[in-house]
Structure formats: C-alpha cells, structure tokens
Design a protein around this ligand. Structure first.
Ligand code: TA6
Length: 292
C-alpha cells in the first residue's frame, strides 16, 4: 500500500503483528525508517535531511549501485539512490510476497542512464519485515549481450545512543581499506572496534555476522549478510559533519553507518545472469550487552 506522506514522497509502509514497522521510499528504493515494537526508531535520519528527490535523503539504508563510493568514474555511490524506483510486479523466482510485511521494488536501466553507464540491467530489491528483523534481498540481472561488473553496498545508517559507547565485534584482525589514508590497506587490531574520531573504512572478507553493540541503549544490532563479502563503516565525526549540509552538526554522536558491500572484488555478471545478495538486520535488546 503506497501512501503519500506530508512531504509528498510516495512510500510503502510495512507492518508486522508484533507492532514493528518500516517505511520505504520509491525514491532511491530507500528504507527510510525501521521502528521496533516499542515504536523506537532504529535507523538514523539526519536532523538536517533534505527531502528533495532526486538527491538521496541522508539516513536510512541508501542503495549504492553500480558503484560504491568513488571507487570508479560514476557519481559518488552510483545513480540508483537518485532514481525513482517502481513496484516490481514480477519478483520471480522469489515467491510472490503479497503480505503487509514485504515489498518488491525494481529499477531498470533507462536510455538516460545508458549514456553514463552503457549496461542494460534490472536491479530488484525485496524488503521484508518480521519481529525484530529487517531483511533486504538485492538482485541484479544483466540484460546485455556482454558481461558487466559493478560494486554494490547497502549503507545502513544505525541510530545509536552515544557513539563513544558503541563497539563493533566481528571485524577484528581483518584487512581494510582506509578512505582517510588514500584507501591504503591496513589490518585491524585484535579487539572490538570503538569510536573516538572520524572513521571511513571498507573491511574486507568479513564474517557473515557482525555485532554492533550500543551499550547505553542496551541494544545489539546483528548484521548478517551473504553475497556481499565486505563491510563499510563510516562516521564523519564533528568536522566532516559540519561540512555536510544535510548532516546535523551533532548527529555524529548518535549514528553509525555499517553497511553490507561488495567492493574489493567487483561482481561480474554474464549476459542474463543474476546476482543475489542477502542482508538481515536484527536487534536484540538485553539487560546486558554481550557479544552473543
Ligand atoms: O561510507 C563511505 C562514504 O563513501 C564516505 O566516504 C562518505 O562520503 C559517505 O560514504 C557518505 O557519502 P554521501 O555521498 O552519502 O554523502
């Protein structure tokens, strides 16, 4: 069911029996809200978000395709997040999910986009909501007569109570590209990652589960992913936050972007082949926060 909110942007509202909800914009195919059963917003949205398509809104889960970051010649994070998607009437081979808690979106290559990225594709995204869990299944099909490659990311902006009380478990000892050091390759030290300044990294070949532990809110996000071997971690901290017009000056204290990505090894598709990724974000509220 597509509703038009006060800002006039067409969106889909997903609900499920325990009371959690999600909102998805057709603009950018972007999840813009995920609330738990206690109606707490779990995703970050900038206090200075600019709701003016085609520019992607700062927050939620931007879809980066056919390029992550400026790892290529296209605009930053590719064009998919700046396009109007539509409802996918033929999500096969995924079973047709016509309930309140799932929606299938599609973005197809246009004559306009073929000028900047001369490949014919269909980009599909299924967004499903269940109790305590938000699942995104992206798929890319090559409709061209020749192979093409792309990089991809779902850049989850998570809402946290206080970034200085957050740690990530699951990325220890991995290699990463550091965007703050001309993308040089480093190896992460052997204990959980904590935050005391700007971070902008692509962790390589990560495990299938990463835990983001918000100690103060006694909430752990679990990020489980397939088909996207890398993880992107970003917080602009104070200086960069002030430099971004659509990023609230103090917002860096209550957000952390941890995304699923395929960056180090671009995905290559033969003609008519389809790539499928899978990401599950779930939250565990606990009286204590452990790495479980
Ligand atoms: O997540 C990595 C990153 O590329 C950062 O370098 C920063 O630019 C961030 O994405 C935000 O990009 P955006 O184009 O959404 O402002």
């Amino acid at each position: 069911n597509i509703v038009h909110d006060t800002d006039g942007l067409p969106r889909i509202i997903l609900t499920e029996p325990t009371g959690s909800s999600a909102e998805v914009l057709l603009d950018g195919g972007q999840v813009i809200s995920w609330k738990n059963e206690r109606r707490e917003e779990l995703l970050y949205r900038s206090t200075k978000a600019i709701w003016k398509p085609p520019k992607a809104i700062r927050g939620g889960i931007p879809v980066c395709f056919p390029q992550f970051g400026n790892f290529g010649s296209l605009e930053q994070h590719g064009f998919a997040r700046n396009r109007l998607w539509s409802l996918d009437s033929d999500p096969s081979p995924l079973p047709l999910a016509n309930n309140q808690s799932s929606v299938d979106l599609i973005l197809k290559s246009t004559e306009e986009d073929l000028k900047t990225w001369p490949r014919r594709f269909e980009l599909r995204l299924r967004i499903s909501l269940s109790a305590g869990k938000l699942t995104l299944i992206p798929r890319v099909r090559n409709l061209d007569s020749k192979p093409f490659s792309f990089t991809f990311a779902l850049r989850n902006y998570l809402s946290v109570s206080d970034i200085s009380e957050v740690r990530i478990e699951g990325l220890e000892t991995l290699d990463y590209f550091d965007n703050l050091m001309h993308r040089e390759r480093f190896t992460e030290q052997a204990d959980a990652i904590t935050f005391d300044g700007e971070i902008d990294r692509v962790y390589l070949s990560t495990p299938s589960k990463i835990a983001i532990i918000d100690h103060e809110k006694k909430r752990t996000f679990a990020l489980r992913k397939n088909g996207m071997p890398d993880a992107v971690v970003w917080n602009p901290w104070d200086k960069k936050a002030k430099a971004l017009p659509d990023f609230g000056d103090e917002d860096y204290k209550t957000m952390l972007s941890v995304g699923s990505a395929a960056v180090e090894t671009p995905i290559v598709l033969k003609p008519f082949e389809e790539w499928r990724g899978h990401q599950e974000l779930s939250t565990v509220s606990s009286s204590y926060c452990s790495g479980q």
